[in-house]
Write a protein that binds this ligand. Sequence first.
Ligand SMILES: Nc1ncnc2c1ncn2[C@@H]1O[C@H](COP(=O)(O)OP(=O)(O)OP(=O)(O)O)[C@@H](O)[C@H]1O
Ligand SMILES: [Mg+2]
Length: 423
Amino acid sequence: MTLDADAERRALRTKLEKLELAISAVIDPIVWVDAQGRIEWFSAPFRRLVEKADTELLGAMLLTVLPLEERGQLLPEGAHPVLRALHGQPNAMGHYEFRRSDRTAILEILAARVQVSKQELSTVVAIRDVTERKQAEELVKRLAAAATLSAEAERRRAAELDKAYQELKETQAMLVQAEKMAAVGQLASGIAHEVKNPLGIILQGVSYLELEITPEQGKLHEVLQMMKEAVRRSDKIVRDLLNFSRQAPLVSKPEDMATVINDALNLVEKQLTLKDITVTRAYAPNLPAVLIDDNQMKQVLINIILNALHAMPNGGELTLRLFLKQLDQGQPGVGRRTSDVFKLGQTVLVCEIADTGTGIPEDVLGKVFDPFFTTKPAGEGTGLGLAITREIVERHRGRIEIASQKGRGTTLKITLPIYEAPA
Ligand SMILES: Nc1ncnc2c1ncn2[C@@H]1O[C@H](COP(=O)(O)OP(=O)(O)OP(=O)(O)O)[C@@H](O)[C@H]1O
Ligand SMILES: [Mg+2]
């Protein structure tokens, strides 16, 4: 009997030892504490975690053996999961820092109350070292943030590249346009010179014949008048061509733009009233002067006004506006590039000439400044008006833009730098 009981006890002890070994081998640190928070039992991994000898642990207060921190600050006593469990919270858990001699570990702690027997209430504390997992999470978070950052930088670089490409395209288009103008100019002046003298001879001949014919030869007189008219038209074209190619030097003075516009209007006043076109002038008061060649600027205005007139065969409204504007980004030709006509923040004078005419279809709008582009029937337009206009404006260091809506009307906008008197 005694022998059997002894054997049984030994077998039980072996079983318990095995269980303890198993718990220590495969399970995270575990501690039992009594109702006062004193350590009753612990597994080997717990001892290794807190770096203490068995004798220092058994019966010691867990709070002292396992002081916990949160973001480097010692946890207030009441917040310790063991105390919370002892005070009645069934499952107190959380993540805390624990300072070891070699490193600060991050621990996931679960303190659970266990009713051992009717009288005995004890608390089991399961601890898991999650330092590596937390560090990995932290690393993933940082990597994700870095990835977002680099994606943002990538996007910004792409946007910059896109902008540079657009600028390059604009500059190239400008160069092509300048090339085209130069080529056309050379060709035109060559032809114009050849044609100018014969035209003069024809005109002289016609004038001579006019003197020679008798009043009875009325039919002949009519033919001669037609010839004279044709020669005059040809002569005008030749002069236009020469103007366009010769680039008469600018004779610039500070001028009041409103006066220049009014002068130009006076020259075409009769045609405007004939066509039943009302003219509205909206000039801002006290405008500063602009440095311009007033004759050439008048030619610009007349070209534009005549186009407007042709676009309103049944009458309409012609509005001339003059105002100052401070340039901001996002406007074409404004910026820091050398190809930009204007600087950011520069104050300029804007002259707008708006008609309520036929308007220009979108596919045509891009061509109207091209030399010899015209939609007018042969004999009515050479297509040089706007080409010359643009040349002149650009030589004044200005800019000309056109906006149009088919059926609604067209607005030409000339932007000029204002004159600043030398200090
Ligand atoms: N205000 C306007 N409304 C409608 N179309 C216009 C206007 N201004 C210009 N255009 C269009 O642009 C074309 C080119 O104009 P541009 O002044 O260069 O030549 P043009 O008037 O045809 O001939 P010209 O050499 O006699 O001026 C015109 O033929 C017309 O189609
Ligand atoms: Mg014209």
